[in-house]
Design a protein around this ligand. Sequence first.
Ligand code: GTP
Ligand code: MG
Length: 589
Amino acid sequence: MEIRNIAIIAHVDHGKTTLTDAILKQNGMAEEGASMDSNALEKERGITIYAKNTSLFYKNTKINIVDTPGHADFGSEVERVLRSIDTVLLIVDAQEGPMPQTRFVLKKSLELGLKPIVVINKIDKPAADPEGTKEALHELFLELGANDDQFNFTTVYAIGRQGIAKRELKDESTNLNPLLDVVLEQVPAANKSAEAPLQAQVFNLAYDNFLGRMGIARVYEGTIKSGSNVIAKDPTGKVIKGKISKLFTFEGTARKETQEAVAGDIVMIAGIPEIYIGETITDKEETAALPAIAIDEPTISLGFLVNDSPFAGREGKFVTGRQIRERLEKELEVNVGLKVDFDIDPTAYRVFGRGELHIGILLETMRREGFELQVSQPEAIIKDVNGVKMEPFEEAMIDAKEEVTGAIIEKMGRRKGIMKDMKVKDGNARMIFDIPTRGLLGYRGEFVIDTKGEGILSSRFVEFREHAGEIRKKPEGAMISMEAGKALAFALWNLQERGVIYIEPTTEVYQGMVVGNTTKGEEMFVNPCKGKQLSNMRSSGNDEGIYLVPALTVTIERGLETMNEDEYLEITPKSVRLRKKSFENKKRT
Ligand SMILES: Nc1nc2c(ncn2[C@@H]2O[C@H](COP(=O)(O)OP(=O)(O)OP(=O)(O)O)[C@@H](O)[C@H]2O)c(=O)[nH]1
Ligand SMILES: [Mg+2]
């Protein structure tokens, strides 16, 4: 059977997974309600965290699809996936148009010589502008140096959510077949000689509690067989021998065990515990290793520590340094882009990652498994390259109302952001900045306030550049509890005039816990447990007068984003709390 291999790529939320799910459902590969976003956290957040493989059969052809994550923190995973497929479906929201991650994934695809099929999606949105989006894409292709063939891309219009695609806007359509027909027309068949010596390359990793680490690989030549002895060769020539204990292909939302797979197909291999990205799997010593697959460097780091807050050990099942270490070691098996230094610091493990979401997902997963720990403020990684101090830089794209651009430009400037471009249309501005990761850390909270929640800020790592010099940031204000006990509505009601409250009434607090932010950005010692004085009863009316603004609860990501250097974020299966590292020191200053 013929095989075609494609990846679905886009900016976050442009509809990749919805479209993939609809394709599977229409072709009888998935039940109603089943989704490629199968992980619990993915379902809850409605985002894709891990790239996933699937396949379907259409007109006697097997189409392998990789659904990729759109969030910038996972960009390097997309880059790896691009090495294993032959064509990309570039999905673009017809209302938003091309966004930063559209640009990034398109650039990578063009550089690899791939010819994208463009899918202008969500054309049902009220403000959808399919024609304008297509024009903007043509500009983007030009700007990114597309060759003639790439520039003359085929466009398909879609409403992924309704499972509809069409070649021309005026066409009638009730299904996604027009899109799949374009795939059959444009994507070259992946099949090659099934008799040649085996050559497969690992482009992703997976983990299974019973089978251990597994490699996801594309078979380029020959036939891969379950139970066979193979060699895994890395691009430097290092060789490991192993035996394939189990072999899977992907069908619908599940993996399917198989005895063999031929050139062109995508498989998952168990049985080689040291298997790693970029390795070539072969059955003959003399078969050449395929070119390396780059793995991006981490950009931020933070400390993972044993929790030592006054509430330590109350809510977690796994709380010791050894347990946290073992969990991190297990994570390193599959979490590409994550690094851990267990020895740098006697009190903490230093964890290096690709961004706050990357680290946030790990912490969220750990707390769900019963872990309890505390982490320090994330910092951008500063490197020394031949005596030059270097730091990560990001490209930030901001959409906001024209009248708030002044405030944004000023704040980005203070954080060493340099504006590269600004376009204004109908009172809406789109600005693009280059900014050190260090400058951007902690800015998102302020941005929400400055744009009254109406702005969109998305950023992605570009490269390490020369250090931009000192950045002075105003620390985040804090209401620090000076009492231990249960928070009372009356006290919070009084405090909410001074800032934003992080906790609900009846939350248990301790001395040194940060229970809110302050409007003016200062530090304030407060008593969130203070009840109403009896003598005040009559003069200040009764409890009916208390109206509490809903608390802005501390989530892991918001905490990582806004925490100060002298704070820890305490994470347990039940709670996320912000606290001062040392209450005693605080009190003295
Ligand atoms: N109006 C409209 N909304 C859509 C359409 N397709 C998807 N959506 C919505 O867009 C949101 C994001 O959809 P997803 O499919 O999760 O987007 P994604 O590109 O996979 O997102 P990430 O994987 O997180 O990058 C969901 O709320 C969908 O319901 C569409 O055709 N029209
Ligand atoms: Mg998705």
